[in-house]
Design a protein around this ligand. Structure first.
Ligand code: MN
Length: 715
């Protein structure tokens, strides 16, 4: 078991200014919290956080990381409160420990293996501080190193999870030593027989192999020297799992795996690389189709190198990579050469840059002497545009950042979206416009027959939700327009002594539909509802004789005139429709400014109700139409008037009541009282037009004791 002093020494070595006090306090605190707990290995539990801290110190991480490593499991059992931890070790440490704890609490079932990629992204998205991930790696690494003490039935599952989730993340982040160790330990538990077979065979001829590497390296080196090429030649073993993987994917026996050892030639300049390649190919016969020129055509991640496979000195295949020092640096600094090359996946440019940058950060921390600078650099957002959430059954769904439960509902199914009435996140009810966060478990409540709301368009983030909601509204509008159009037609026909319903079944009507270029009668009726054509245009087609047509036209024009006039004075607009009769309901008497809604009444156009009128709530919703007060109504204009009257009690009140009865505002009022002649009153009132004014004046004249009322010339 590593001791705290070993860790402190290691840290002092690379960072003399580290806050050792913080680490010591974390150690004492962790020891207290875990006191009495024992690992499955029989060791005191404290050994685990100590080993984790040791791994982190070995990676030259900062003091906060090491302290967080010591504390990474204290929140797990719930003995320690978040507040206490924050008070004792500061918000930064608390943030990291909470992040690690959150990751530990994610539970993945084996059925989710096919979602491995989503899980990886989810973990990365949840770790908003790179140190959270690094501590999680150290934690997993130590748990894997001690996996033999785990209960037998759990070993394979944990190993599989490590293989599927954690090793690939380490690979992407460019932390290859962790990747390889995690893979080799997992391999050992997932395929113990294969693992031991490979291990034995490599051990068996280890000395022979060492000799082999030396001899091949010597041959290459000599060849380069004789051509005057200064170079470095390296031979390297691959790790067990990658050998096994090669056997598996290429269906090879161990003996056939030719690149258990690979060679690399590193030179100064690009022309030298091609020269070296020529020498190698002259020396050993190249294997057809195995040559790749990534210098002329670099990979998307900027990886450059010449790859070739030749038949070596002992008749075996030898894999050789040739590149410059600079190219070697790029490959190592992890613009994810391994990741893209081995996994053969196309590279997301953005993520790639982020991973490369992270590896850079991990490798070059010595350069971050200033803790503030380091802090600025450890905050990560690898997937700035995406979040990952769980369904109640544990499936992972990716959504754009800012997505809401409504987006989630539509992602599950259009019907779930349409009928969505509420949502629970992590078991708690939340408003439908709440933004979801990575790691949330989202449950959508639906109600049969419930419909989407237009308001949802204000907050949904996905294209799918938006288009489904729009589609629903459009369908709904068509239904309404059809219903409205039918009413309008029936009424207009009746006024012209025609029966629309019986006519609609005739060949004549079919011809009219065709003439207007509609596919169906319903289409035509809907267009009447939309206000694109008028019922009168349709009626026009049914009135046969030319002379009669003339006179009918004038009747129609008068009708149109009447309808239009009526509409204007109503001051209400039915969405998308010009010619429709409007009535105001007697039950709730809406006035301008009230929130209103329209209801299509059989044969009487649209009746306007206040939005919350209890009567309309009882009526069938599909006959409701959206209406609004006509904002294009002429504005009101101020007009000055003079009223002469005999004075009396209540006179002023009666006059103002009369004015306001006509929905006119009094802008200004002034009265002069004279013992002899009575009272002169001057008002400035707001009127819409002269008609409006005329009506007001005529009513004021009817007020008791008023002599005369006149409009004064405006001053
Ligand atoms: Mn742990």
């Amino acid at each position: 078991m590593i001791r705290i002093n070993d860790i402190l020494d290691k840290i002092t070595d690379f960072n003399p200014e580290a806050d050792l006090d913080l680490i010591e306090r974390a150690y004492v605190y962790s020891a207290r919290v875990h006191d009495g707990q024992v690992r499955l290995s029989g060791e005191p539990y404290l050994s685990h956080p100590l080993e984790v801290a040791g791994i982190l110190a070995g990676m030259n991480l900062d003091d906060v990381s090491v302290a967080s490593g010591l504390l990474h499991d204290v929140l797990e059992d719930g003995h320690v409160s978040v507040d206490e931890l924050g008070e004792m070790f500061g918000q930064e440490t608390l943030h990291i420990v909470s992040g690690v704890t959150k990751l530990s609490r994610l539970k993945f079932s084996s059925s989710q293996a096919r979602q491995a990629e989503s899980i990886r992204k989810m973990i990365l998205a949840m770790a908003d501080d790179i140190r959270v991930i690094l501590i999680k790696f150290a934690d997993r690494l130590h748990n894997m190193r001690t996996l033999e003490f785990q209960k037998e039935h759990k070993r394979a599952r944990i190993a599989q999870e490590t293989m599927d989730i954690y090793a690939p993340i380490a690979s992407r982040l460019g932390i290859y030593w962790i990747k390889q160790e995690l893979e080799d330990i997992s391999f050992q538990y997932i395929e113990p027989e294969e693992f031991n077979r490979i291990k034995k065979r490599i051990r068996k001829d280890k000395d022979a192999r060492k000799e082999y590497v030396e001899s091949v390296r010597d041959i290459i080196q000599k060849e380069m020297d004789s051509a005057g090429l200064k170079c470095l030649v390296k031979g390297r073993y691959k790790h067990f799992y990658s050998i096994y993987n090669k056997m598996l994917t290429q269906n090879l026996d161990f003996e056939e795996v030719y690149d258990i050892i690979g060679f690399r030639i590193i030179l100064d300049t690009t022309p030298q690389c091609y020269e070296a390649l020529g020498l190698i190919h002259a020396l050993w016969q190249p294997v057809a189709k195995k040559f790749k020129d990534y210098i002329a055509v670099p990979k998307a991640n900027m990886y450059q190198s010449l790859h070739t496979t030749v038949i070596g000195p002992f008749g075996e295949r030898v894999e050789i990579q040739i590149r410059t020092k600079e190219m070697d640096e790029v490959a190592k600094s992890g613009i994810a050469a391994h990741w893209s090359y081995k996994e053969g996946k196309s590279i997301d440019e953005k993520a790639n840059t982020a991973y490369a940058w992270i590896q850079n950060l991990v490798e070059n921390q010595e350069n971050f002497r200033d803790p503030g600078e380091f802090m600025e650099n450890v905050r990560i957002d690898l997937f700035p545009d995406e979040i990952y959430v769980f369904t109640p059954r544990g499936e992972i769904k990716a959504l754009p950042k800012g997505a809401t439960p409504v987006d989630f509902a539509y992602l599950i199914h259009s019907e779930v979206g349409n009928q969505c009435t509420g949502a629970k996140v992590n078991g708690r009810m939340i408003p439908l416009n709440t933004s979801l966060n990575t790691g949330d478990t989202v449950e959508v409540m639906t109600t049969k027959g419930h419909n989407p709301s237009k308001d949802w368009l204000n907050f949904v983030k996905t294209v799918k939700a938006r288009s489904r909601i729009r589609h629903w509204i459009k369908t709904q509008e068509k239904e309404r327009s059809t219903s409205l159009g039918r009413e309008m037609c029936e009424k207009a026909f009746r006024k012209n002594n025609l029966n629309f319903i019986s006519l609609s079944k005739t060949e004549e009507m079919k011809a009219v539909v065709k003439e207007f270029n509609f596919k169906t009668l319903d289409d035509m009726i809907a267009h009447v509802g939309y206000g694109k054509i008028t019922p009168l245009q349709i009626i026009g087609k049914f009135t046969a004789t030319p002379e009669k047509h003339e006179s009918d036209e004038s009747i129609l024009n008068r009708l149109i005139g009447r309808v239009k006039k009526k509409k204007t004075s109503d001051g209400v607009v039915v969405k998308g429709i010009d010619d429709i009769l409007i009535r105001f309901s007697k039950c709730c008497q809406p006035v301008p400014g009230d929130q209103i809604t329209g209801y299509i009444t059989r044969g009487r156009g649209v009746t306007i109700h206040r939005y919350n009128c209890t009567n309309i709530l009882k009526l069938s919703p599909e006959r409701r139409v959206e209406v609004e007060w006509d904002k294009t109504l002429p504005e009101t204009y101020p007009v000055k008037i003079r009223i002469r009257s005999q004075d009396r009690f209540g006179l002023l009140a009666d006059i103002t009541a009369t004015i306001s009865k006509h929905s006119s505002n009094i802008i200004h009022a002034n009265t002069e009282t004279n013992e002899d002649t009575g009272v002169n009153m001057y008002f400035t009132i707001a009127v819409e037009d002269t008609e409006h004014l005329k009506r007001i004046l005529s009513d004021i004249r009817k007020v008791k004791y008023v002599h005369d009322v006149i409009r004064l010339a405006s001053s």
